[in-house]
Design a protein around this ligand. Structure first.
Ligand SMILES: [Ca+2]
Ligand SMILES: [Ca+2]
Length: 162
């Protein structure tokens, strides 16, 4: 004959076990969400890095594509002449670093669509976070990557010295 108290004990054990399983499942779901968010960010960083890798190997300025000018930084482009269109160039025929100013593209990945926007400015070596306001021998490229699934945009910057 089964003692009723034993049965209650077993039932109690089953309930506790079920709660434990439920908590494990919740934990897994939360980890999966975090992993997905991290994957989205890694993808955004990789796409931004791709664009930087493309731009950083280009000439510093239109004026340096074929020769080294004697007047530095005077011979360089005014920052309002940044952007490939001002050199009569269209992507992917950019030949200098600041041609990427204003450039935008969308990349479709397994994690959905990403929008990538680039901008270039003159900075100084001592204050690379600030726009210099005039010609210098340092240009900073900012690449902003966004995804409808990411809460924040990802910004990557690259400083190119002449
Ligand atoms: Ca150019
Ligand atoms: Ca240019």
């Amino acid at each position: 004959m089964v003692d009723t108290s034993d049965l209650l004990l077993v039932l109690g054990a089953i309930v506790i076990f079920s709660i434990a399983v439920l908590n494990v499942n919740r934990g897994i779901t939360r980890n999966q969400l975090l992993m997905t968010q991290a994957e989205l960010e890694y993808t955004a960083i990789a796409l931004g890095q791709d664009l930087i890798d493309e731009a950083r190997v280009k000439a510093f300025d239109e004026a340096t594509t074929t020769a080294t000018p004697s007047n530095i930084p005077g011979a360089f482009s005014q920052d309002n002449k940044f952007g490939g269109a001002n050199d009569g160039e269209a992507y992917p025929a950019f030949d200098d670093f600041d041609d990427y100013d204003g450039y935008q593209r969308q990349d479709t990945t397994e994690h959905g669509l990403y929008r990538i926007t680039a901008s270039v400015m003159y900075v100084t070596e001592n204050a690379p976070n600030m726009e210099a306001g005039g010609k210098t021998a340092f240009k900073r490229l900012d690449v902003v990557v966004s995804s409808p699934f990411l809460d924040n945009t990802i910004t990557l910057s690259y400083l190119k010295p002449f």
